[in-house]
Design a protein. Structure first.
Length: 132
């Protein structure tokens, strides 16, 4: 699992692009996720060039977990724990931890002014692993 603290203040979504134009006016969502994956080398995400994370159904993924906040923390720090769900028993070579104040930021959609702070990330091992 991934443990840490975050502070989140969402704003209404006021900047949109396809395919998420229907979200305009809704409250932004913050997102923290962790991905364990097994590839020969790390991959690069380049949003303007249209290079995103592969879909989480891809065979390269070993485990995944996420937190989505639709309300915010009122600017206060809040502890979180994200359980990682494992798809297989392969040993991951890489790990990515992503924290965004706008869930659809990679599509240039979100609330201008949404704010997220994160702190004190740590990984914990639990013998009671969750398998998909």
């Amino acid at each position: 699992r991934l443990r840490g603290y975050y502070s989140y203040i969402p704003q209404p979504i006021n900047s949109v692009r396809e395919p998420y134009t229907d979200l305009e006016g809704e409250n932004d969502k913050g997102r923290i996720f962790v991905v364990l994956y097994d590839t020969d080398e790390p991959f690069r995400v380049d949003t303007p060039a249209g290079i995103f994370l592969p879909p989480f159904s891809d065979d390269m993924y070993v485990g995944y977990g996420e937190l989505v906040d639709e309300v915010g923390t009122g600017g206060e720090y809040k502890e979180f724990v994200i359980d990682i769900v494992y798809k297989n028993t392969r040993k991951p070579k890489y790990c990515a931890v992503v924290a965004v104040a706008s869930m659809y930021a990679d599509y240039f959609t979100g609330g201008i002014g949404s704010l997220m702070y994160v702190d004190e990330f740590s990984f914990e091992y639990d013998e009671n692993v969750v398998w998909e």
